[in-house]
Design a protein around this ligand. Structure first.
Ligand code: ZN
Length: 431
């Protein structure tokens, strides 16, 4: 009955700064959906969690897709006729459009312009762009710098390679007493963006560390994967295993200062949907609960109709709704240790709930048992109400989560009541 509670011992106040430090370390790395930046990110994570790193060859058919060529970049810049670098990937990984093909050319400003991307509404921010599945190249820069480019002959250098290589992803499986699995994923393919992807990586890595040393009823499968193609690749390679997934969460954008949000699974009424909604509703803080839609992060793949897995998405501000999204303004100052710790604590509460959920049978169901005689009528009003609710509803058909929802009491109070009642012999677990 105390299962899951060990997770709670990891103090979110301590994990906040540790997560910020991990984000700061990963921030400068030029990640993409394949390549050495992704690999380097996974090997940094492997210092503290025993990730298996899988390498899937380019060209491998995965569901309706194909693993793309591996992309790596050694240098990318635009230099003016004096040889000065006016755009330089060494200043920000965002300057180069992801998956740009190799280029060495001398171009006039007019010829260069179609390859330049800016944000006129935010002239000091660099946009983040990719060109994964169509050949091309480009640079992203501050609109202010773009306007200042004089007519000149520019030298464009993109020393990149698109070759037969591998798609890398990290997987950690933690066996529990039961083979039922909880799937937890974060995408790991964005370059220097703090909230969109690094915050999810940091919170998931902290959860993985806590889960490793906690007693586990459920088994856990934790994935650090490139967005879309990584989820599709994992699903293609694990089709026969997905039936074990009982609950799942995609973590994305969990470090900004906005309110927490939860996007329900396609089914909308699974245990993970109910657990996250319960934690958010009883948590007392502002939050948003969103119905499923076939857009967003990797929940799109896990909730495609052929799989239809019980996987929701936990975020703070939703992608695309804040101006900093996919720009250089999603930097270290856009995320906070407090928000990361709050996201972490919320997820720990959700996982503790999944771990601790169970159904019982009242062993004294004819009339109320005399609680006073057993020392169980004291405590706060909430504690008494929780015991009465658990006794009344424990007919073997209602789980503790059902009782928490029906009573409106916090799951932790319901579980504590069940523990006390079971110790007094008034409840027996359903086998
Ligand atoms: Zn993104």
């Amino acid at each position: 009955m105390s299962r899951g509670s060990d997770l709670l011992h990891a103090q979110p106040v301590e994990v906040g700064p540790a997560m910020m430090a991990l984000i700061a370390e990963l921030f400068p790395i030029g990640r993409s959906i394949t390549g050495d930046g992704l690999r380097q990110t996974l090997s940094i994570l492997r210092r503290s969690i025993p990730l298996a790193i899988h390498e899937v060859p380019s060209g491998t058919p995965v569901l309706d897709w194909t693993v793309p060529p591996e992309w790596n970049v050694r240098d990318a810049h635009v230099a003016n006729s004096c040889g000065e670098r006016v755009i330089d990937i060494r200043e920000s990984t965002l300057h180069l459009v992801g998956y740009s093909e190799p280029v060495r050319a001398r171009l006039s400003l007019a010829e260069l312009r179609p390859h330049l991307h800016t944000l006129p509404d935010h002239p000091d921010w660099i946009p983040y762009r990719t060109s994964y599945y169509s050949a091309g190249w480009g640079f992203c820069l501050r609109h202010r710098d773009y306007l200042a480019l004089p007519d000149d002959e520019y030298e464009v250098v993109i020393d990149s390679s698109l070759t037969d290589g591998y798609l890398s992803y990290g997987e950690l499986y933690l066996a529990g007493e039961e083979t039922d699995e909880v799937l937890l994923t974060a995408h790991a393919c964005h370059p220097s963006l703090a909230n969109d992807n690094l915050s999810g990586i940091a919170v998931l890595a902290s959860l993985a560390r806590a889960l490793q040393s906690a007693p586990r009823r459920l088994s856990y499968r934790i994935l650090f994967i490139p967005g879309t193609i990584g989820a599709i690749t994992w699903l293609a390679r694990n089709r026969d295993r997905v039936a074990r997934i009982r609950h799942g969460l995609v973590l994305a954008g969990v470090g900004d200062r906005g309110a927490k949000s939860y996007k329900k699974s396609r089914r909308g009424d699974t245990a993970i949907d109910r657990a996250v909604c319960h934690v958010l509703r009883t948590g007392g803080a502002a939050h948003r609960i969103l119905d499923f839609s076939p857009y967003g992060y990797d929940e799109r793949q896990f909730c495609s109709p052929g799989f239809d897995l019980p996987v929701g998405r936990f975020s703070r501000s939703e992608h695309g709704t804040y101006p900093e999204y996919h720009t250089s303004a999603d930097d270290m100052s856009f995320v906070s240790a407090t928000s990361l710790a709050d996201s972490y604590a919320t997820l720990v509460a959700v996982l503790s709930m999944l771990e601790g959920d169970a159904a019982f049978v009242n062993q004294c169901p004819y009339g109320e048992p005399q609680l006073g005689r057993r020392g169980l009528y004291g405590g706060t009003g909430e504690e008494r109400m929780a015991r009465l609710w658990v006794l009344n509803q424990s007919d073997g058909q209602h789980s503790l989560l059902d009782i928490a929802e029906r009573s409106g009491l916090a799951f932790a109070a319901i579980r504590e009541a069940a523990t006390a009642l079971a110790e007094a012999g008034l409840l027996a677990p359903v086998a």
